[in-house]
Write a protein that binds this ligand. Structure first.
Ligand SMILES: [Zn+2]
Length: 179
């Protein structure tokens, strides 16, 4: 796959495929989005929101959730706010998200099948509680609310930052607010 991509990339640059993506001096939206890495959203999400290249900071992790108040998502939001002038944040989960139904026991079983040792599991458990770390969120709306609250109540995030939660339909791109 990577070799195919490298070959494509050479052609892309040679025919100036990048030209439609060059961002001009037009103002960036002061917007950050936290969403899921699901491949259905790769192009659907920015298109359904009317975002052009250069408009928004899009932070994508499995489920679009924040694991701890000091994880990489929060770190990225702090950069977006303080270094890049972001004023509004959208938390966007999506329908049919795989992270909704994740199950730690199943995960550990898959790891075992791939040769991960009990010692490695024990070592990992010193750093995180794997039963929480590998578990899904089970209720999408509740997860959006929890994630929004984590950002709103974060001690390092200014109170004037607007934070709103949504669920996007993975097929139609329709956004439903979670209030
Ligand atoms: Zn997802």
């Amino acid at each position: 796959m990577i070799e195919q991509i490298l070959a494509y990339n050479k052609r892309f640059v040679a025919v100036k495929g990048y030209e439609p993506f060059i961002t001009s001096g037009q103002p960036d939206m002061k917007l950050a989005i936290v969403s899921c890495m699901d491949t259905r959203l790769t192009k659907l999400l920015p298109n359904a929101l009317g975002l052009r290249n250069g408009d928004a900071k899009i932070i994508k992790v499995a489920g679009g959730t924040i694991l701890t108040p000091y994880d990489a998502v929060i770190r990225s939001l702090l950069v977006a706010i303080y270094e890049l002038g972001c004023q509004e944040i959208m938390i966007i989960h999506h329908s049919g998200c795989g992270a909704c139904h994740m199950n730690a026991a199943h995960f550990l079983h898959l790891m075992h099948d791939r040769g991960i040792t009990d010692e490695a599991i024990q070592e990992a458990n010193k750093h995180v509680n794997l039963n929480e770390y590998l578990d899904g969120f089970h209720d999408t709306e509740a997860s959006v609310r929890r994630t929004v609250a984590t950002v709103q109540q974060h001690p390092l995030i200014p109170k004037d930052i607007v934070v709103r939660g949504f669920i996007i339909d993975s097929r139609t791109g329709e956004l439903t607010p979670v209030e």
